[in-house]
Design a protein around this ligand. Structure first.
Ligand SMILES: Nc1ncnc2c1ncn2[C@@H]1O[C@H](COP(=O)(O)OP(=O)(O)OP(=O)(O)O)[C@@H](O)[C@H]1O
Ligand SMILES: O=P(O)(O)OC[C@H]1O[C@H](OP(=O)(O)OP(=O)(O)O)[C@H](O)[C@@H]1O
Ligand SMILES: O=C(O)c1cccnc1
Length: 491
């Protein structure tokens, strides 16, 4: 399959087959237009961290806005056969799909917001068939970008204000993995990327050094450095570890002298192996002694937030961090585990019927209702988050209950400042959301993280931020669980 063809196709079939078979079933049952509410949320902060950064909404919006089945999609569906060779879908259903346009209302938490487990990042309300159909695509977009944006934020925190360049494309999960990872890493705080297409598509600053092959292709390391700096007299970062790192630094200093003589300056050196603390300290000493105090020291080699923190503690003299594999692939936790669950269905009499998915594990039992997330804060930062049912009245003094440990409760004093996190994105299929620029999403992440207590930010065994269900919603959920368990026992 030609890559160009993949990237120009409609995304309507970028879904699991079961979304289409359920759509057919709903249509046959006359349930296609029944109003339903789904929520997209995750159950656990990734990387054993204390917070998560929401990302991916812009691409989710793109997908929803363009949701329609083209003739080539319909021909493909027409060609699908059941086990007895009969067509999987009847022609009248394909006609229904041909005319289908997205008419749901969608509320979402803006990209770059700090979020916590069980909070809906996206709420979809509309015809059951449509709201169901979009599950997998929303999840594939939002799960991955949220994961990588969170990883990036942790790495940025560890770098304590130093520049971080994302180098991950070669190890990313395929082409879209690379592009999405670069976008999400930039949102999470990376300053630049080596990925030129992502630079072009998303207007992300691009940056880079050179590879070992550049040095290997010359007679000597010195020739290689001089030649590279001839091409980029003020923008060369020389990779010094092809043969012997500290000898490489000496040669880079020679090139820096040559550049200085010609009225230019060496931008930096890059270390890519060995003991990065020791080598950076020695390299800094050599550079400083030669008068090149402004030459940057870039480091790369399987870095992540833990190694960066350790190198900082060891007094490493690295001021730019190139981070690839472990960022772009979210190496230590390659999936977020976000889910999309049905929580309400409109009955014929116009009343909502609330639904949950039971599980032996409390964490896996979904929440009912038409949910909103309220964040309480004061001048020192965030106090607590509460998921509540928008359809039920809220008490003056709400009580937040941790769904996983009902003894963990937080009462909110009347008048505490708050804001609701889910904002309207589509109203009956019409886009009503001004997409923020990537740079402002990135700035938002910084601001959002600054609202968290340092104990919630710490990478290891962080304090659990108070986030839970409003008491009435919690009680309603408990009563639904008990009722459904009883039904199960009677059956
Ligand atoms: N001082 C240090 N403290 C903690 N971790 C370090 C330190 N120096 C380097 N590291 C990390 O240790 C790992 C060492 O990687 P590795 O075993 O591949 O060694 P290497 O010297 O880089 O070898 P190679 O030449 O194969 O790249 C990398 O993840 C690197 O970032
Ligand atoms: O280590 P990462 O965080 O993924 O950063 C990107 C890596 O990619 C390049 O080398 P490559 O991995 O191709 O070769 P190497 O392993 O021999 O250095 C670069 O020199 C970095 O080491
Ligand atoms: O520009 C670099 O130094 C670079 C780019 C990709 C991967 N590793 C390093």
């Amino acid at each position: 399959m030609n890559l160009k063809k993949i990237y120009s196709t409609s995304l309507s079939l970028l879904t699991d087959l079961y979304q289409l078979t359920m759509a057919y079933g709903y249509w046959k049952q006359g349930k296609a237009e029944q109003e339903a509410v789904f929520h997209l949320y995750f159950r656990k902060n990734p990387f054993s961290g204390g917070y998560t950064i929401a990302a991916g909404l812009e691409q989710a919006i793109d997908y929803l806005q363009d949701l329609h089945f083209r003739e080539d999609d319909l021909s493909y569906l027409e060609s699908l056969k059941g086990s007895k060779g009969q067509p999987l879908f009847e022609p009248a259903f394909l006609d229904y799909l041909r005319d289908l346009r997205f008419t749901c209302s969608v509320d979402a938490i803006p990209e770059g917001t700090v979020v916590f487990p069980s909070q809906p990042l996206v709420r979809v309300r509309g015809p059951l068939l449509q709201a169901q159909l979009i599950e997998t695509t929303l999840l594939t977009i939002i799960n991955f970008q949220t994961l990588v944006a969170t990883k990036a934020a942790r790495i940025i925190d560890a770098a304590q204000g130093d520049r971080v360049i994302e180098f991950g494309m070669r190890r990313a999960q395929g082409i879209d993995g690379a592009l999405s990872a670069t976008r999400a890493a930039y949102i999470g705080g990376a300053d630049a990327t080596s990925n030129a297409l992502a630079g072009k598509l998303f207007d992300i600053p691009v940056s880079g050094t050179h590879a070992h092959s550049w040095v290997q292709s010359f007679e000597s390391e010195q020739d290689a450095f001089n030649a590279y700096s001839d091409a980029f007299p003020n923008d060369s970062v020389l990779l010094v570890d092809t043969y012997d790192t500290l000898e490489g630094v000496e040669k880079a200093i020679e090139t820096a002298r040559k550049l200085q003589h010609e009225g230019y300056h060496l931008n930096g050196i890059r270390l890519d192996s060995g003991d990065l603390a020791y080598l950076s300290i020695q390299a800094r000493k050599l550079l400083d002694e030669a008068g090149f105090t402004n030459v940057n020291i870039v480091a790369s080699n399987d870095l992540d937030e833990h190694i960066i923190s350790s190198l900082k503690q060891q007094g490493a003299k690295i001021n730019i961090w190139g981070v690839g594999t472990k960022l772009a692939t979210a190496y230590d936790q390659p999936a977020l585990g976000g889910v999309y669950k049905l929580s309400a269905l409109k009955q014929e009499n116009g009343d909502w019927s609330y639904t949950i998915k039971l599980s032996e594990q409390l964490a896996k039992t979904s929440n009912p209702g038409i949910q909103q997330v309220r964040r309480y804060y004061n001048q020192n930062g965030n106090i607590a988050d509460m998921v509540y049912n928008e359809e039920a009245p809220l008490p003056d003094q709400p009580l937040i209950i941790d769904p996983l440990d009902i003894t963990r409760r937080k009462a909110i004093a009347p008048g505490t400042a708050h804001r609701d996190l889910l904002v309207p994105v589509f109203v009956n299929g019409e886009l009503r959301y001004d997409l923020p620029a990537l740079a402002s999403i990135k700035a938002k992440v910084k601001e959002e993280i600054s609202m968290l207590h340092e104990t919630t930010r710490r990478p290891l065994n962080p304090h659990t931020y108070p986030a839970g269900l409003e008491e009435n919603l919690h009680q309603f959920k408990t009563s639904l669980i008990l009722k459904l368990r009883k039904i199960g026992e009677e059956a």
